[in-house]
Design a protein around this ligand. Structure first.
Ligand code: SAM
Length: 216
């Protein structure tokens, strides 16, 4: 049997990797990572623990990923892991939401044992860095990747992929009664935390999110 791990590398600070993630990255025979024009945040986070390891880059063209591409990349991964050996696909934050790994899982053959290694989710890292409570007892908290058209039920929101947000969407969030913070590259040396809408709209970094809380 072959083993393939989906490892979450957390929000970016290597000190926020789990001990288990580090142990498994050191143990596996091959590391897989998405090829983002030569840049990869998960690999940067893990760099000191995977020195000298074979790295196989996989192409997932942003905004154009089809089922066929997931199938091809799952096949490439299987071919690069020998019988009885193990490989690890690195993914930022935690693998169980908005990740390439969960999109690929159904396309591995029965010869592969899959295992997810949890990472600190980006919104948890961002909440910590910006001293933002995510949910008090009895509150509802939602993770979303766009601002809804209708006022949501939740008291607190983590809105990922904030690089896409337009002014009218932030206006709508305000009309719904939310105040918010924008956190870019949480936990990294270049981290930015903003509350001013015009300042937020000047930033267009993929590694950013909004934490919003309903005003009392
Ligand atoms: C493809 S999703 C990956 C989500 C991932 N599974 C996670 O746990 O965050 C990419 C989005 O994660 C968010 N993200 C990841 N790391 C971040 C960080 N350090 N600071 C702010 N946002 C981050 C951004 O919203 C980005 O657009």
């Amino acid at each position: 049997m072959k083993k393939i791990y989906g490892i979450g590398t957390g929000p970016g600070d290597p000190e926020l990797l789990t001990l288990k993630a580090v142990r498994i990255m050191k143990e596996v025979d091959v590391i897989f990572a998405p090829n983002n024009k030569g840049k990869n945040m998960a690999l940067d986070t893990a760099a000191e623990f995977i020195e000298g390891k074979e790295i196989v880059f996989l192409d997932f063209p942003m905004g154009k990923v089809t089922e066929e591409i997931y199938i091809q990349n799952a096949k490439i991964m299987e071919e690069n892991v020998g019988e009885g050996k193990a490989g690890a696909f690195l993914t930022i934050g935690d693998p169980t939401y908005y990740s390439t790994f969960i999109n690929m899982m159904e396309f591995f053959s029965d010869d592969v044992h899959l295992e997810i290694i949890s990472g600190i989710p980006s919104f948890v890292g961002a909440a910590g860095r910006s001293n933002s409570p995510l949910a008090f007892t009895g509150e509802e908290f939602s993770v979303i990747d766009r601002i809804p058209l209708e006022n949501p039920k939740a008291d607190s929101l983590a809105i990922l992929k904030a690089f896409k947000l337009e002014e009218d969407e932030l206006d709508r969030l305000e009309r719904f009664g939310f105040e918010y913070k924008y956190i870019q590259r949480a936990s990294l040396p270049e981290e930015i935390i903003l509350e001013d809408k015009s300042e937020i709209l000047k930033e267009r970094d993929y590694i950013s999110l909004i934490l919003a809380r309903r005003k009392k």
